[in-house]
Design a protein around this ligand. Structure first.
Ligand SMILES: NC(=O)c1ccc[n+]([C@@H]2O[C@H](COP(=O)([O-])OP(=O)(O)OC[C@H]3O[C@@H](n4cnc5c(N)ncnc54)[C@H](OP(=O)(O)O)[C@@H]3O)[C@@H](O)[C@H]2O)c1
Length: 287
């Protein structure tokens, strides 16, 4: 019998790569999306229209599913939303729920995103459903948020000093998710997904300089200056959360390198240099 895998967040940074990676496996792939037009190019995917906050849509999407990938964006109600989806997965008889969490998720973390993820992790653990937790570190693709600024000014800034982070490429997160969705690793496992080494933001600037052929400079900002730069760009809760995230990185709490990507996927984790090369056009000056 062919396994049916449900992907949530299918139009997102991880989801797009995950659909591609799963297409090469002997599974039926289903995606729950708010706007099916956004998946128009994804052949071979059963598309179910629905919102993760809609219990009926979630139940319909989970019908007959063997394994599900649960990913939704950071939001003040993210834990509530994800807990309701996890409960529905248990009711639907899903045998493996793969939860996208975050590196260093902890109930007592000063970082709100890490507390939210820890709440969901604990709930899924207590639910008794077969599950695997993926805890990726800072996404390298998250740096694309700086790309327009880098392309326009050759500079970007954040409050991190010279602390290093073992940032991970979302393509490796998708590959690791593919492995565990199709059976790799034991139930209950928690995998820290990191890049192959920890990198500083000055190192990121140097990699972007080499990849684009244009000088890129990193500015170490105060948390106040960073918050001011985000004012009006992000909702206040998200800007405050990002400041907390960067304080956590700045304390060196996200520098550890883990071999889970290589162990789960069979290939080495992608490097900063590969990311910079593959996304150079986004960081290069126009024209
Ligand atoms: N960024 C980082 O460095 C980092 C590091 C570690 C962990 N994380 C975690 O990664 C997770 C994903 O974050 P992200 O911002 O990168 O998101 P993302 O995976 O790029 O995108 C979120 C996806 O969720 C979908 N979505 C949003 N609201 C939805 C809803 N109500 N119902 C159904 N689908 C919905 C979006 O679809 P549409 O908008 O197309 O409908 C999109 O496909 C978060 O939990 C975050 O904490 C992030």
């Amino acid at each position: 019998m062919t396994t049916t895998v449900l992907v949530t967040g299918a139009t997102g940074g991880i989801g797009g790569h995950l659909l591609t990676a799963l297409a090469g496996r002997d599974v039926t792939v289903r995606a729950l999306v708010r706007d099916p037009d956004r998946l128009a190019g994804a052949g071979g995917v059963e598309v179910v229209r629905g919102d993760l906050r809609d219990p009926d849509a979630v139940a319909a999407a989970l019908d007959g599913v063997d394994a599900a990938f649960l990913n939704s964006p950071s939001a003040p109600d993210a834990a509530t939303t994800q807990i309701a989806v996890a409960d529905a997965a248990a009711t639907a008889g899903v045998s493996r729920l793969v939860l996208l969490s975050q590196f260093a998720a902890r109930a007592d973390s000063p970082v709100r995103f890490l507390r939210w993820h820890a709440t969901v992790e604990q709930h899924v653990h207590d639910l008794g459903i077969g599950h695997v937790v993926l805890r990726p570190n800072l996404f390298l693709q998250g740096l694309l948020a700086f790309a327009p600024l880098v392309a326009a000014t050759g500079r970007f800034g954040a409050p991190i000093g010279d602390a290093a982070v073992s940032a991970v490429d979302v393509r490796d997160i998708a590959d690791a998710a593919t492995a565990v969705l199709t059976g790799a690793g034991p139930d209950g496992a928690v995998h820290d997904l990191t890049g192959p080494r920890a990198v500083t933001h000055a190192g990121i600037a140097a990699a972007l300089t080499r990849a684009t052929g244009h000088p890129v400079t990193f500015d170490d900002l105060t948390p106040e200056a960073f918050a001011a730069a985000l004012d009006g760009v992000l909702p206040p809760w998200q800007a405050a959360g990002l400041v907390e995230d960067y304080a956590h990185y700045g304390r060196g709490e996200a520098a550890r390198v883990d071999d889970a990507v290589a162990v789960l996927t069979g290939h080495p984790a992608r490097t900063l240099e590969e990311f910079a090369r593959d996304h150079a056009a986004a960081f290069a000056p126009a024209g």
